[in-house]
Write a protein that binds this ligand. Sequence first.
Ligand code: ADP
Ligand code: MG
Length: 692
Amino acid sequence: MTGAADRSRARAAECPTCAVGTEGAGERVREGQAELRRRLRLAGLSGLLLVGAAAVGWLGPAAGLDPPRAEVLAAVMYVASAVLGGWLVAGKAFRALRSRAVNFEVLVVVAAAGAAAIGDLPEAALVVFLFSVGESLEAAGVSRTRRAIGALLDLVPRRALVRRGGVEEEVPAEEVAVGETVVIRPGERFPVDGRVLSGRSFVDQAPITGESMPVPKGPGDEVFAGSVNGQGSLEVVSTRRAEDTTLARIIHLVEEAEREKAGHQKTIDRFAAAYTPVVTALAVAVAVVPPLVLGGPFGPYVYRALALLLVACPCALVLSTPVAVVAAIGRAARRGVLIKGGSALEAAGRVRAVAFDKTGTLTAGRPEVSDIVASDGLTEEGVLGLAAAVEWRSEHPVAGAIRREAARRGLVPAGGGSAGSGPSTGFAAASAAGTGPPAAPPEVRNIESIPGRGAKARVEGRNHYVGSRALFERDLGVPPGPLAPAARALEERGNTVVYVGTSDRVLGLIAVSDTVREEAAEAVEGLRRAGVGRLYLLTGDNPATASSVAERLGLDGYRAELSPEDKAAAVRTLAAETGPLAMVGDGVNDAPALAAASVGIAMGAAGTDQAIEAADIALMDDDLRQVSFALRLGRRTVGVIRQNIGLALGVKAAALVLAAAGLLPLWLAVLADTGNTVLVIANALRLLGGRE
Ligand code: ADP
Ligand code: MG
């Protein structure tokens, strides 16, 4: 058994009414609905009988009923009311007692039985009735917080249309293997993640990425299980099995997130573990000590003790945090924002500063080659072809730009970056000595990426490098030489300048320009409005480009030429200055910085496991505005948690004092507990709504 399950078990033993909010999600939501209706029916009947009994007791004699008879009838109705209302309660109490645990149900049954024993039947019935109503409302509220997550499960169709041996057949979605061809007709949902083979269509992938507009898809494009096909029919080759799809991972992570406890929660659990036994002991003392010491009847003291017992369950307190966390995480998941647990959410709520990565984060990550400069003896084509060869496997956006430009000029076949195809045909590359395209394609070996710097490969028997100035100057000790003025000029125009060369000479420069994302300015403004005081840019790119982007967006500062480790160090330094800091990056080579930040936020995480893994918060699409949504949601959640804890503690403290003083009727003690719990849940439900 896992530690998490152990812990939730331990808590269930303390107070199972509280445990409803803290265990897994999924199908249980649907099961819960049926049980909920049963509970509500029983509570309703119990209430009717209770009102009926009171009516008979008061009005019966006036209506001509023989008073003793009216009394007996009322008593029978009270008992019936208590039995109906207490049916499920007693069952749970019995089960708890059998496993030698004491839960709130046990306390309620003891209190009701105690009240009946003292001869107070209306009180007994009222206690049970109030408890059953409260519990139904609690369950309803909790299932609403859950439904946001349960809804994700309904997104994936159970069956898929697969083409096997030229024949289309319908099979259960989980039986589709990787590499099989799946046919998705117009209007259908995708059963697996895959890549489009043929057909064109617009696809609504809002459930996965949160993008509100349908996205055009054609051959080669990636599609996600759970999104909805538009007007065109598509044939898709499946790339992941049903249980590994992006959506399946989201659901899994959300379920885990529910179990992972927020910081507040841990404190509360410790408190609750001490609180219940202390108050229970107090109740026993109240029942026994005064009558023994002072003499006199046990009755009133037992009543007082029963009230105290009812106050001994910290239900509202224990639920105060998890319901808020579950509601917020569910809400975010529906918008394509994956928050990995209560701690991440709380941390997001405390963020005072945000640092952004540049390439692929603030910029669109689809850069274009704007200029090429070749050193003496080389052609532009030679430099570009060589660079494309070295970059063949790199996932960096800059590498993509170089490959695209090389393909456009017919130097390499289109595509690249994928395993299988290689740059071994159709090349027109240059070696250090060569001029113009060699007749035979160059051999490319040992392709290696240098994270945050560039890439390296053996081309025609020699090591070649492609990457930033820092890669050449610092790591290789190669100065730009005669190309220095050209490099400076290109940088000053805001380009990313990629150096191409060997371990002793720079052969050429490729300038790449990337546009700042359309929504970046709006996102920055949104963050300022959300009260994030400091915004920074951390990049591996050159200082000139960094400053041009930082200035354009009105950021508070930038640091350039950082390796992935430098970025992590910069994050720590900034956090020490500004307080809790969120780092927004693309998750691939920003993993150390994401991990170093109080909150790591990965962009464009749909389909990339690495990004989901590295971050505390993963944005399924590339919309920067989701960052301020996540931070605001975190802040609201922290607010709701604080209110809930205040409410729960306040009411409990008041009830405790009243009960000890003998001023708390049993029904009010129950109301103080379940009513309080219902309020706490209702407060958390607010997180499901709201404008953003
Ligand atoms: P950012 O921090 O802006 O996202 P990266 O850390 O991804 O940038 O990369 C920093 C710099 O290193 C880039 O601006 C680029 O000059 C260089 N670089 C990194 N990877 C590559 C690559 N595969 N090809 C060429 N240049 C690269
Ligand atoms: Mg980047």
